[in-house]
Design a protein around this ligand. Structure first.
Ligand SMILES: NC(=O)c1ccc[n+]([C@@H]2O[C@H](COP(=O)([O-])OP(=O)(O)OC[C@H]3O[C@@H](n4cnc5c(N)ncnc54)[C@H](OP(=O)(O)O)[C@@H]3O)[C@@H](O)[C@H]2O)c1
Length: 296
């Protein structure tokens, strides 16, 4: 099994495999499987799954990449989806993953967002803790939480979380500005970034700093961003159906920039998005963290 310390610097995203929210039969899943295989061959060993992606059909493709790589060579992360209505739903969702992927255990089980459970976070994670004790789940994780929610999950689970997955990219620094990244670093919780490339929108935004750094280092803007993220110890989830993009993304860990340039990116805040307030309670009182990057 892949241990926490052996997780690759870049992980594999799966949103869009076999369709987005719903299964799309027109998607060329053969090419997508080849892209997943290439990601593994390029060094990725962390894969992010959801039973909701493409109505669950994405799991059929992920099952094939598990067979290609070998179960022991992948760290598989699975999300608890809306809604956990009663305690048994946690183990029922785990069973669904294990059966769909033809595996005996999941490396990481994480609630996709705080509002995706009708139980308290404490009670939800008490169930996750039981599954860890049974050996069917290795670690607990969380997604889109704030610090208080991360603490409550750890108490319910009876152990510290291993991973927190949330939004982090050049344009959206809310997780840093709200102290969540600092808490994760201090607590030894790995921070996994989704939408690290802002769903492919970064380059089109024509940002001067990114353009300047890309020219200076003779790299692409996605490479500058991924290099900066991995240097911060953040694991970006990358997904592309384009082999050229994949090669580019995985090569982003093979160069270093001057310290001053990392500081420039660290200190940059986007005028349009820096003051967006996040509804961390996730109770539809404003922008939840997982909605904002789609709006801007
Ligand atoms: N926990 C959560 O709430 C949550 C939310 C959203 C996503 N996620 C996870 O995070 C993963 C990553 O997020 P995401 O896929 O939404 O966003 P993303 O990684 O920011 O963007 C994906 C897009 O980037 C493009 N891309 C990749 N490499 C590129 C390159 N070198 N140059 C130009 N474009 C490039 C891809 O297009 P091409 O195919 O054309 O290369 C793809 O459309 C998802 O797959 C999912 O597993 C989790």
């Amino acid at each position: 099994m892949v241990s926490l310390n052996d997780i690759s610097k870049i992980g594999i995203g799966t949103w869009g495999i076999a369709g987005f929210l719903h299964h799309d039969k027109s998607v060329d899943t053969e090419s997508q499987l080849n892209a997943l295989k290439r990601s593994y061959d390029l060094g990725a060993n962390y894969i992010d799954c959801s039973l909701k992606y493409a109505d669950g059909v994405s799991l059929q493709i992920i099952k094939q990449i598990i067979q290609y790589a070998g179960r022991e060579n992948l760290f598989i992360s699975a999300k608890l989806e809306q809604f956990i209505q009663q305690p048994e739903d946690v183990s029922n969702q785990l069973d669904y993953y294990l059966e769909s992927l033809s595996i005996d255990s999941i490396d990481l089980l994480q609630l996709h967002a705080p509002s995706f459970t009708k139980l308290s976070i404490y009670d939800t994670y008490r169930e996750v803790g039981k599954l860890i004790n049974s050996g069917r789940v290795m670690y607990a994780g969380a997604s889109n939480f704030n610090v208080d929610q991360l603490r409550e999950a750890a108490v319910g689970c009876g152990r510290q979380l291993a991973v927190h997955e949330s939004l982090f990219n050049f344009k959206f620094r809310q997780n840093e500005d709200a102290g969540i990244l600092r808490y994760c670093n201090k607590s030894n919780i790995k921070f996994v970034a989704y939408q690290p490339l802002h769903r492919g929108k970064t380059e089109a935004s024509g940002n001067t700093l990114l353009r300047k750094l890309a020219n200076k280092y003779n790299k692409t803007q996605p490479q500058i961003i991924l290099n900066w993220l991995t240097r911060k110890g953040i694991i970006p989830l990358v997904r592309s159906d384009n082999m050229h993009h994949l090669e580019e993304d995985y090569a982003s860990v093979n160069f270093a920039m001057e310290e001053y340039d990392y500081t420039l990116i660290d200190e940059y805040r986007d005028a349009e998005t820096k003051n967006i307030s996040v509804d961390w309670s996730d109770q539809e009182m404003g922008n939840s963290i997982y909605q904002i990057a789609n709006k801007y």
